[in-house]
Design a protein around this ligand. Structure first.
Ligand code: AMP
Ligand code: ZN
Length: 487
């Protein structure tokens, strides 16, 4: 097996991957906070780790892939202020917090399935591991690196930093961090301004709270990942991942907690995916620039020219390396649609190629280049470029411009199976979903015509169009933001 190199955020170097106990690999990825629909940016991170997981499995590793669900403890601000995101939504909608959790966990699973992302081996929840989180907090208090004030337990960052490099993951200077962090309102109990909460005292009206040695409360956001990764992967495991936006606070604090708790770095390789951006700005729910995957599939969004299949979107994401930012644009998606169709067409052509007695191509070298690309920190854009060389060879062989033997054709079929379907997780778009895409386009054309009728004040016609759509099973809803529809 050729060595696999991956970029470790902790050492800021590409390193050869060496599993702690081969063939077993433990991989932990921070999952979503299930208080709203996942947006396309979240999907980018989870799809990137799906490819990393798939490639490790392809190489023969037995991967235990743990991806958590955050269903408590993630406050509105990463600096432990504001309300718990899930409790807040539950109050607003007059629902049980667990109804919110259920709704958005199901949505997340559906979206991941549409993108053909494999489910993790274990998907633990923060609320299912309250005792484990309390135990770790207590142990850190026992070690003298956390303290309790008025029912809240804080991690003592400056004390920890005396013996350890607290900012190892970002390489920032502690003094700079201290200078740039304001004393926060409502957190006068903290000894140091960088201290973060392991356990938070709950106000009586807080919806999810548990008994603890420190009174009624709920866990801080970072401790859930330390508790669940330790429980399922051990005190030291191989890979920990998440989006780059988690590096400075969530992951920095996770490392500090684990070292304080058991004296060890929790994992050997820290992998971070870069952000999906819209016009250069991070896609995020709070900035209001996010798309839902369903809007992208239907084209039902003001920034979209048309809808794209989940496989086109998956392919679009793989055309950029996971550590580079990926800017959303209609043009890039259209190019990906064409590229994806070419790849799938060539797969059909490959099944019908007639072998020659001699070969003019080195297909084995092409396979080696596929492995070289993936072994270089999962470089999917380079892999795709190599695969397009395969497309060119297949099409030329079909036009009798070059010759391939039976063995060449078999090897090409193997390369397609391994890299396009197993590793990149792409699949041919079924006739059924093609019909759905056509339907999406047709409904959008009809709605455009209705808008024209409205603009010309031809209200009888615009109403007739809406009524006929309703009769055919298409529900149309007008609002200030525009017109939405669903079947
Ligand atoms: P959250 O639900 O906000 O906790 O985020 C879930 C995951 O999505 C985390 O790993 C984030 O780093 C990641 N994420 C959030 N926004 C983006 C984005 N615009 N691009 C890529 N990943 C993102
Ligand atoms: Zn986490």
């Amino acid at each position: 097996m050729q060595p696999l190199f991956l970029y470790n955020t902790l050492t800021r170097k590409k390193e050869e991957f060496k599993a702690i106990s081969p063939p077993f690999v433990g991989m932990y990825v921070c999952g979503p906070t299930v208080y709203a629909d996942v947006h396309l940016g979240n999907c980018r991170t989870f799809i990137s780790f799906d490819i990393i997981y798939r490639y490790l499995v392809h190489l023969g590793y037995k991967v235990r892939y743990v991806r958590n669900i955050t269903d408590a403890g993630h406050l509105e601000s990463d600096a432990d202020t504001g309300e718990d995101k899930i409790s807040k939504k539950a109050k607003l909608q007059q629902l049980e917090p667990m109804e919110i959790v259920q709704t958005y966990t199901v949505d997340f699973h559906n979206v991941m399935a549409q993108f053909n992302a494999l489910p993790p081996s274990i998907e633990p929840t923060a609320t299912g591991h309250i005792l484990e989180q309390q135990e770790i907090a207590q142990e850190i208090i026992n070690k003298g690196l956390a303290y309790e004030v008025n029912g809240t337990v804080y991690f003592d960052v400056e004390k920890f930093a005396k013996d350890h490099n607290y900012t190892a993951l970002t390489g920032r200077k502690l003094e700079e961090l201290l200078e740039n962090t304001r004393d926060l309102e409502g957190q006068q109990d903290k000894k140091g301004r960088l201290d973060f909460a392991l356990w938070i005292k709950a106000k009586p009206e807080h919806l999810m709270q548990w008994n603890s040695a420190w009174g009624k409360g709920f866990p801080g956001w970072h401790i859930e990942c330390s508790a669940m990764s330790t429980k399922y992967l051990g005190e030291q495991f191989d890979i920990h991942g998440g989006g780059m936006d988690l590096q400075a606070t969530h992951h920095t604090n996770e490392i500090a907690q684990s070292i304080a708790y058991c004296g060890k770095q929790p994992c050997n390789y820290w992998l971070h995916t870069n952000m999906l951006t819209v016009s250069g700005q991070k896609m995020s729910k709070s900035l209001g620039n996010s798309f839902l995957p369903s809007e992208l599939f239907s084209g039902n969004h003001p920034l979209l020219d048309k809808g794209y299949s989940p496989m086109t979107v998956r392919f679009f994401m793989m055309q950029t390396h996971y550590r580079s930012t990926l800017d959303f644009s209609n043009e890039a998606l259209q190019a990906s649609e064409k590229g994806f169709d070419r790849l799938m067409e060539s797969h059909k052509t490959l099944q019908t190629l007639i072998p020659s007695a001699t070969s003019s191509e080195d297909i084995k070298a092409l396979e080696t280049r596929c492995y070289e690309a993936m072994n270089d920190d999962f470089n999917t854009p380079v892999l795709i470029a190599v695969l397009f060389d395969a497309v060119r060879i297949i099409n030329s062989a079909n036009d009798k411009k070059l010759s391939l033997t039976q063995a060449d054709i078999e090897l090409l079929k193997k390369i397609y199976q391994h890299f396009i379907f197993d590793v990149m997780g792409l699949k041919a778009v079924s006739e059924n979903s093609k019909s759905m895409q056509v339907l999406d386009k047709v409904v959008n054309i009809v709605l455009d015509l209705r808008n024209k009728a409205k603009a010309e004040k031809n209200f009888p016609l615009s109403d007739e169009i809406r009524d006929k759509l309703t009769e055919s099973g298409v529900q149309v809803k007008d609002s200030k933001e525009g017109t939405a529809w669903k079947i």
